[in-house]
Design a protein around this ligand. Sequence first.
Ligand code: ATP
Ligand code: MG
Length: 213
Amino acid sequence: RASGRQEGRRSRVGIMGGTFDPIHNGHLVAASEVAWVYDLDEVIFVPTGRPVFKLDKQVSEAEDRYLMTVIATASNPKFTVSRVDIDRPGITYTIDTLRDMKALRPNSDLYFITGADAVAEIMRWKDADQMWDLAHFVAVSRPGYSSNLKDLPLPDHKVDMIEIPALAISSTDVRRRAGRGMPVWYLVPDGVVQYINKHGLYKDRGGAGDGSR
Ligand code: ATP
Ligand code: MG
């Protein structure tokens, strides 16, 4: 744990960006663990608008992804959800997310949380060289992806890698399972299971349109 709580210190705010199509327990454990290790006061989940690396893929309505994120985080007093990315027109770039969050929380230190897979792409992000002054970056381990930052061309002291309890869950797998009628209980929070069923999300996915598994 990085430090104890001090009187009058700047608040520490985590930013957890993602497509969240849907949000799953891997995202929630990542946010919870980083909040613990860095003594964060708040973690703001920020569902993307149009994600730049998924332009060729089918993504659920922003409003559905936003509401599932609200449902999943509602019970945690430190977790909140921001609409900045879904309300900003056009493609979502992390640099814009960070600038918006800095404007909203001028007296906070920002900690941007990403998985080991996303951090590997970070240098490809728009205006990557300008991101380091806006936030500290925390990459969390993720099953199936290398957690060795040394192989990546990242600036010194701006990105940490931490080991978190391994959950081999991805939204892609949850969508595939839901599309095939397989259970997603305990991979996503109960309210998200119910939201997926209530709105018939992912029904047309999974390549199992013929009803086979
Ligand atoms: P998809 O399969 O659609 O890409 P995903 O499961 O990767 O979905 P995203 O919304 O793309 O979820 O991820 C948001 C952030 O959460 C990314 O930084 C990603 O690396 C991280 N993340 C997602 N799942 C996990 C997990 N199981 N463990 C650790 N980090 C994760
Ligand atoms: Mg992903």
